[in-house]
Design a protein around this ligand. Sequence first.
Ligand SMILES: Cc1ncc(COP(=O)(O)O)c(C=O)c1O
Length: 417
Amino acid sequence: MPDAGQEEDRALAARRAAALGPAYRLFYRKPVHIVRGAGVELFDSQGNAYLDAYNNVASVGHCHPRVTAAIAAQAAILNTHTRYLSEGVVAYAERLLGLLPATLGHVMFTCSGSEANDLALRLARGFTGAEGVIVTENAYHGVTEALAELSPSTGNPLGARVRTVRPPDARRDGAEAGEAFARSVRDAVADLAGAGLRPAALLLDTILSSDGIVSDPAGVLAPAVDAIRRAGGLFIADEVQPGFGRTGAGMWGFSRHGLSPDIVTMGKPMGAGHPIAAVAARADIVAAFGARSRYFNTFGGNPVSVAAGQAVLDVIRDEDLVANAARVGAAMMDEMRSLAAADPRIVEVRGAGLFIGVELDSGNLATEVVNALRDRFILISAAGRSGNVLKIRPPLPFGLPHADRLLGALSSVLRSL
Ligand SMILES: Cc1ncc(COP(=O)(O)O)c(C=O)c1O
């Protein structure tokens, strides 16, 4: 017999569907009703604790006290916009620039990764005078109309000025993976030319999350970046997923590949749950944009968001979270590879730091694993074109004991299926 909590959740799901409509989706066969978060745990309305191995937005842990204190303190003093002189936004932009390659001259603030990518497209198209954009075949870059046309993972039709390329595949192409990827970018450029279009940009999530987490080998993206530049386009690194230390190899996914982007977009983990996002770009690209337009974003770069952003950077530094991501991620991948050696249904384990993809031989199996783990109070999800890659992407304070719990449950779930 369903308990009172289940009845309440069913009623809430029905009200949700009625109020929000059919485009919204819930995770899990048995949805989770979360009411509170702390560190790497989430708690449901019945008081059950879940180990969070999925949420990258709460990058420094759910409701980190230093982040919530910084938000509350600034909210009690002032919250306006960027058209008054204000120390906070300037100091934060300077700090971000100090963490980025010196070739990037300016930071512009937005409220979401979508807005950041949308602005990046305006910068790239304005600077190059070209329209074409190349993305990967299961890319996701955001919700605006301009981004929906280059986010094939949503099921939205591709725009006429967009071409897709298959992500690099080291399993298929071995040491040639980077070259093969570059070749497909050159083919996409040629295809655009056939339609009378020049490329403005190659836009890549540098860990290719929605394409199934494609992280290796480090450096594999470099020949493609070279190819887009030779064709007159810019390289936009979408750091919304890998940015802020997730890969355990410095702050950015692109640095792991030895790349120096023309434009970088960032968001999600930047405010650990507070909506703050940004674009960093070469000064000459911003100069061309600034000569044509003024930029104002009502909420982007407001003092409260900036306080959250500063606190996140402080926590990443003080708690040594990049090193933690490297250490725990590597240990987890080692163990998962041992599981894979004994289980032919595990095709590959890949990833960097605390962004791990476990490719299974079917999307159905991945769905079963994700739901079975949920029933054991562990939250993960699945990614990739067929949804067959387990997506493990916990808050960065995820430690070795958390990893052990996840691995134990994963191995037992796989045995039971
Ligand atoms: C790679 C990537 N880029 C951009 C976005 C869009 O960010 P937001 O949802 O903050 O608009 C997402 C969101 O999932 C993303 O994964």
